[in-house]
Design a protein around this ligand. Sequence first.
Ligand code: GTP
Ligand code: SPV
Ligand code: MN
Length: 595
Amino acid sequence: MTNNRKVNEWVQEWAAWCQPDRLYWCKGAANEWQSLCNAMVQHGSFIRLNESKRPSSFLARSDPSDVARVESRTFICSADQEQCGPTNNWHAPDEMQQRLRKLYQGCMKGRTMYIIPFSMGPVRSPMACTGIEITDSPYVAVNMAIMTRVGEEVLQALGDRPFIPCVHSVGMPLSNPAEDTPWPCNAQEKYIVQFPDERMIWSYGSGYGGNALLGKKCFALRIASVMARDEGWMAEHMLIMGVTNPRGEKKYFAAAFPSACGKTNLAMLIPTLPGWKIETLGDDIAWMHFGADGRLYAMNPEFGFFGVAPGTSQRSNPNAVATIVKNTIFTNVALTPDGDVWWEGLSEEKPNRLTSWLNQPWTPEDKAPAAHPNGRFTAPLTQCPCLDPDWDSPQGVPISAILFGGRRPTVIPLVHQAFDWSHGVFTGSIISSERTAAADGTVGMVRRDPFAMLPFCGYHMADYFGHWLKIGKQSTADKLPKVFYVNWFRQRNGRWLWPGYGENSRVLKWVFERCDGEDNFVRTPIGLLPRADKLSLDGLNISRDDVEELLAVRPEQWLKEVVDIRRFYQIFGQRLPNELERQLTELEVRLQTSG
Ligand code: GTP
Ligand code: SPV
Ligand code: MN
């Protein structure tokens, strides 16, 4: 209970509708987290990991039908369908509410309703926003306690101001508690619904990740993008990092890559270049506001990492490995005989005997992976060894460079810089990437994912492009971040052309020096590329041929890309900003007249 009347009324109304057996107000204390986790162990939803190897950590295995975000069941229910745009699923809000109300009626029978007051951003920061999630999933409650700032302080700071109401149910009422399963969910019906006009979120049927931890994609991206449009700021699918050069000069970068395309890894990177240092502020979401000085300041609204486990190792991401040594929830990874976790890529040698994420005995001969490709860890930001000193700053940090990227085995070079902000907006709008296991759909299929926001933009994508262009008019070129497009994922005959991970620091150095205006580039039709001698490759075992391929701009390939972009742009019709049409035509002309 709180003395906020609006909060109480809202909670009572939903409790009456969902009919849980009891209510539980989350206070956010450490012993509360422990006791909720213990209760989940008792119930069979959590496996406590070996205390001496992985203190205070747990493994959850989801229902095999509930393993990732479900984009096909994600809706933007604006009153006006035109506001939703061609890249989102739309449904009339009244009708959607009627349909969901029916599903929610009595949906929490036999369960506890957890009430989770949470802050996206440091409590009392002028950039922070408050949400309250009600859920019948204790898994959601303990994950939210890591991913967001939860508790009484949040309600105190809220006062009687409005909050974002977030309703979640796994959609599996119980007539008899003995009928419960370790991972309740609804295999038939799933809805992840944003109402941008009311600024509220209703989710039903899934307990996994972004479908259920409503502060993350639903609030901090889909709803926040609408708030940002109306209020003149930006809510982006971006990591935030500090980059310090050997002279001790520091800049902050933000980077937008689609899901499972390397944000966590880049945010925690350990440079292979001597003297360089990376510090982490966030790995998934950035809220950016203009400061009084005309620069864009970024703040991570989250409080934890919900990171991809497979591929994470001492070699690829030692900082992530150190972050998840304790107080961590693992979902859909494998269990070792001595009560620790394992996933593909954690060690080169596969353990002899494991229990797979499907709770089956597993040996290295098995074809199916031991961990689900979208298996994840949930861990507190504060456990990251390279956490930036300003990670909790209420005003955020000034951004010097924005990086866009994606998984493209061909065409897109290792790095190029946009000519200016508008051209940068164009490069963001044309991001394309192979689909990954982070969401439903065919893994590997290349799709356009503008600004890495395709599944996360809460309104018409063409208007969102317009918002980015408008942001560029609110400051001057010297103060706006410089914009770059990177691609760590070039391939030749199934082999990576670029070693990636810590070696990406070589690209970050070039970007850093570009921000200082160094003469280290060549002009090409697509943008500025590193001059061959200005990309530091000392100590890297890479052939000249591969470097040439990584930095090649081939007009004939790019002209095909132009055709595909034009086709993509057509879905926006008249609503596409003229400026982007103009950028595309200019690119085409530059390509045709080059060489
Ligand atoms: P979300 O949490 O879904 O938004 O993902 P993310 O963008 O944070 O991706 P993450 O850093 O977790 O990386 C996803 C996968 O890409 C992992 O399996 C990584 O090992 C792999 N990866 C990351 N960086 C690189 C890189 O530089 N090169 C290559 N080849 N793979 C990488
Ligand atoms: C993503 O898919 O981009 C994620 C994971 O960060 S989830 O929280 O499930 O959206
Ligand atoms: Mn993400």
